[in-house]
Each structure stands twice: as structure tokens, then as C-alpha cells.
Design a protein around this ligand. Structure first.
Ligand SMILES: Nc1ncnc2c1ncn2[C@@H]1O[C@H](COP(=O)(O)OP(=O)(O)OP(=O)(O)O)[C@@H](O)[C@H]1O
Ligand SMILES: [Mg+2]
Length: 247
């Protein structure tokens, strides 16, 4: 079911007939520098697709292309088996540094909530991210972990079918990480597809169904998570998992 090149692998993961992610020959050049090189990756895997790779590998740029924030120089993107323009409305991205409105916690959520969202839904979500009691606090005065939890709650309120997460738990304490991972697992159990950048190997093992491994702007490997962690195929992934520097 993995059709990516190079270093692809088949697995026993549950599959659907239509790919969730279909990227063909994606190239991105900014200011004369080619930053993403001919990335082709097809994933039929539901749940969480992890995007991994060393600093500067191109993970955030790749995710931004998937979210329509950067237009590739060439190549095509199809997500959830629909033309890209059709999916961007049903996808939501959480950035490594939460982008919040200069308003209080509850107003941040109300602003994002689709018309007709019952107030109880907002209250329940606030409790799930352990921010009940902080409704009236200015969002920008929340701690880093609290801001990330609010950003995820806000994304979930929009009921995305595809959730893109750029290191949403980097530098958070274990309790905040757990809260976010639980919410993501809950969302994927309800059918939300998730593409998640992380450097945290434990987290990738806990959540990942398949792994896209980037290195120097290129796809080094795309395999199911079990294969990736037990017998990575690419030299770059092997070195990364061994804690060697793979710049
Ligand atoms: N607008 C830009 N112009 C030129 N180079 C850029 C631009 N944005 C990113 N880059 C470069 O592209 C490369 C990939 O950046 P990217 O942010 O995607 O890395 P990353 O894999 O997300 O790394 P990290 O793990 O540190 O977040 C880096 O070398 C970065 O310096
Ligand atoms: Mg990044």
C-alpha cells in the first residue's frame, strides 16, 4: 500500500482503496534555492502519518505545501482523494508556535467555532484540554503548553477531516503531551486523518501508523511505523534512529 519511492515497503496495515496522501514530483524553490526535491509519496494509511527527519530536512516546508500556504514550483498534491483546492477548507493546521488572537481563551474558541456550535461543545473541549477556569485569561498570557492545547482545541472545533500538526508538543511537559496525544487519538478514531511532524521517537511509535522520512529536502523513506523503527531501509533513517548526526 506504500507507493512512495525510494525505499518503500508494504505492510499489513489496514488500507482503503483511495489514498489519503498523494504527492507527485513536488519541487519547491524559494529565492533561487531548491528546498524540496522531487518528493513523491502516496499513503493509503488512516490515522497518523508522522513526518520525521533532522532539522532543516524540509518537514515544515512540506507541511506548508500540503496546507496550501506555499505553492510548489512544480508537482501535484491530492489529499483525502480530492483536488487540493477542495480539501484546504476541510483541513486545519497547528503550528509549532501557536498563533492565537489577542483575545481571551473563550473568544479564541468562539471565533473559530462554526456558526451554530453549541456552547456546551466549547465548554467540553475546554475541559478536555484542561483549560477550564482559564476562559477569561488573555490567550497570549497562557503558558506555552496551554497555548498549544488551546490551538489544538481551536482546530478541532472547526471539525477538520485532515489535521496538520507541526511539532505541536515540542518542549511541552509530559502531562500536556499526553493531553494532546489523547485528543489526536480520539480525533483519528473518529476518522480524522492526521499528518504530524515530530522529533520525538517515543511519540512517533505511540501515534504513527506510517512514517515519511525527509532528509535534505528529499524523501529518504516512507514505510509503516513498525518497519521504520525495527528495520529502517534508508541509510539516513538508520543514522537518525541511532542518534547519529545526519546533516
Ligand atoms: N523562506 C525560505 N527561504 C529560504 N530558505 C528557507 C525558507 N524557509 C525555509 N528555508 C530553509 O529550508 C530548509 C528546510 O526548512 P524547514 O523549516 O522545512 O525544516 P524542518 O525540517 O522543518 O526543520 P526543523 O526540524 O528544524 O523544524 C532549511 O534549511 C531552511 O533554512
Ligand atoms: Mg520545522
Amino acid at each position: 500500500m506504500f507507493k512512495s519511492e525510494p525505499m518503500s515497503n508494504t505492510s499489513a496495515l489496514s488500507a482503503t482503496n483511495a489514498p489519503y496522501i498523494e504527492v507527485n514530483n513536488l519541487n519547491l524553490t524559494i529565492g533561487g534555492n531548491q528546498l524540496l526535491h522531487d518528493i513523491s509519496v502516496t499513503s493509503f494509511t488512516p490515522g497518523v502519518t508522522m513526518v520525521m527527519g533532522p532539522n532543516g530536512a524540509g518537514k515544515s516546508l512540506f507541511l506548508r505545501c500540503l496546507h496550501g500556504l506555499l505553492i510548489p514550483t512544480s508537482g501535484s498534491i491530492r489529499l483525502l482523494n480530492k483536488p487540493h483546492e477542495a480539501t484546504t477548507a476541510s483541513q486545519s493546521m497547528v503550528f509549532q508556535k501557536a498563533v492565537l488572537l489577542r483575545r481571551n481563551v473563550i473568544k479564541n474558541l468562539e471565533f473559530a467555532a462554526p456558526n451554530g456550535t453549541p456552547p456546551t461543545e466549547i465548554t467540553e473541549l475546554l475541559a478536555k484540554v484542561h483549560l477550564n477556569g482559564k476562559e477569561l485569561q488573555p490567550a497570549r498570557l497562557l503558558s506555552g503548553g496551554e497555548q498549544q492545547r488551546l490551538a489544538l482545541a481551536r482546530s478541532l472545533l472547526t471539525k477538520p477531516r485532515l489535521l496538520l500538526l507541526d511539532e505541536p508538543t515540542a518542549s511541552l511537559d509530559p502531562a500536556s503531551v499526553l493531553i494532546i496525544e489523547r485528543l489526536i487519538s480520539e480525533a483519528t478514531e473518529q476518522g480524522v486523518k492526521c499528518i504530524f511532524i515530530s522529533h520525538d521517537l517515543g511519540q512517533a511509535k505511540r501515534l504513527g501508523a506510517d512514517i515519511i522520512f525527509l532528509h535534505q529536502g528529499r524523501l529518504a523513506e516512507h514505510t509503516d511505523a513498525e518497519t521504520f523503527f525495527t528495520s529502517p531501509q534508508s541509510r539516513e533513517a538508520k543514522a537518525y534512529l541511532n542518534g547519529e548526526i545526519v546533516l
